[in-house]
Design a protein around this ligand. Structure first.
Ligand code: ADP
Ligand code: MG
Length: 415
């Protein structure tokens, strides 16, 4: 193996496990998972192993030097157990493979540890540690090389030049590896702050919309209260219902918004057919009143899913409410509810023959506060999607303008 291949391989063996570690960190931060530093320890020990196993010492007769890079990174990252392990492994490796002075090598690695203790609390710890490490390494490396008779007395200029080159290679490898590591971490941080910025923009947007939505009814209330004359009995009968209606609208909006911000579900085994039946019973008087026919086709059976009864009830209520609101009063309204059971899934369909939705409405359907109704909150569909998502299920809307809408809910059954 020639000199360049050797150096190239060393660099690959050092950077590859560290890059894998950086990928792991990036992945975990992206999904807000806890990181486990054990992976860094594994990466460093793997680097060490790969260099020892698959590369030759540079300039043949000198002891290997590049395998100190993982140890330096362990010192920079303050990974105490890995420092200990790599130091022991380095001493064993030196003394086993090379006929080197055991005592001198132990002193060398203990010195690195004392250096760590001396610098750990200082400012610019990383730079100071790397520079001091290189100085100590140069001293011991020369001493050990001379002491172990690597110098054959021929050409001392070449001998010391080679030592200098080796130290330089070590320094550059440490420098570029730490640079790569720092840049990688910077990119991850940058990506995370961009993500946070995006989230805070969305929050600001939502807050803006809520304020706007709440401001309108309150402004209406204020307008009526300004006109309110307590001595005029007509005003009470005329204005109080309007005030009540507007206040109810604000309360509804706040209630919907609160449910969206706190979608936490408590699952238990529940019979989904029973839930649909219960809801249909609740709606029967309203539907009769509105002249809407209910076609309910559910098996006379039991089917258990792991779900939150009240939350799922909220979803189906929202959907049926939307269906009722979509049916014009002059139409023979029909709401069909039926289910389809496949292997380990249950599909629930709620179909109406209401006004339906055009492409534009369907596109914005899932956006919070999107509504086409003058007194709607635009939170029902969003909340339903959140709840079904929290159940690992799916909710799909299909609609034909002027013909009706079908909502499909897919949930997992307990097999
Ligand atoms: P809201 O009912 O307060 O308007 P939703 O989030 O429940 O808010 O619904 C958002 C919009 O989706 C509605 O304003 C309506 O335009 C549309 N929509 C939802 N369900 C139906 C349906 N069954 N038929 C027609 N349009 C619907
Ligand atoms: Mg609604």
């Amino acid at each position: 193996m020639n000199l360049y291949t050797n150096i190239f391989l060393c660099i690959i063996y050092i950077t590859y496990p560290l890059l894998m570690f950086l990928f792991y960190v990036a992945y975990n931060r992206n999904y807000c998972k806890e990181e486990n530093n054990l992976f860094l320890d594994v990466a460093l020990i793997s680097s060490f192993y790969l260099i020892i196993k698959f590369t030759n010492p540079i300039f043949g007769y000198f002891p290997p030097i590049i395998f100190n890079v993982p140890l330096v990174i362990a010192y920079l990252k303050k990974r105490n157990i890995t420092i200990f392990l790599l130091s022991i492994m380095s001493v064993i490796c030196y003394t086993q493979h090379f006929d080197l002075n055991f005592v001198l090598i132990i002193i060398e690695y203990i010195t690195y540890f004392f250096l760590y203790l001396a610098l750990i609390e200082q400012k610019n710890y990383n730079d100071k540690y790397i520079n001091s490490f290189i100085i100590i390494k140069s001293f011991f490396f020369t001493l050990i090389s001379v002491y172990s008779n690597f110098y054959n007395g021929d050409n001392y200029i070449e001998f010391f030049a080679q030592i200098l080159i080796l130290i330089l290679i070590l320094y550059l490898t440490i420098y570029f590896t730490t640079l790569l590591f720092e840049k990688g971490e910077e990119i991850i941080k940058y990506h995370m702050s961009l993500k946070e910025l995006e989230q805070s923009k969305q929050i600001q947007n939502s807050l803006f919309k809520i304020t706007h939505e709440i401001k309108n009814p309150i402004a209406v209330c204020k307008g009526y209260l300004d006109m309110f004359d307590t001595n005029n009995p007509d005003h009470s009968t005329k204005y109080v219902p309007i005030l009540r209606e507007e206040i109810e609208r604000v309360l509804l909006l706040l209630q919907d918004f609160l449910s969206i911000t706190r979608v936490n579900i408590e699952r238990e085994a529940m019979d989904i057919y029973l839930l649909i039946g219960d809801i249909a019973d609740d709606f029967k008087p309203i539907l009769k009143n509105k002249n809407i026919k209910l076609d309910l086709k559910i098996p006379d059976d039991e089917l258990y899913i792991s779900g939150d009864y009240n939350r799922l009830k909220q979803v189906i209520l929202n959907i049926i409410k939307n269906s009722i609101e979509a049916i014009p009063s002059d139409r023979h309204g029909l709401i069909k509810i039926y289910t389809k059971k496949s292997k380990n899934k249950i599909n629930i369909y709620i179909a109406d023959n209401g006004v339906g939705m055009d492409k534009e409405v369907l596109k914005h359907l899932n956006e919070p506060f999107f509504t086409t109704k003058c007194n709607g909150t635009g939170l029902g569909v969003t909340l339903s999607s959140e709840i079904i998502g929290a159940h690992d299920g799916k909710i799909n809307y299909s609609s034909v303008e002027n013909q009706g809408t079908t909502v499909e809910i897919i949930l997992n059954c307990i097999s």
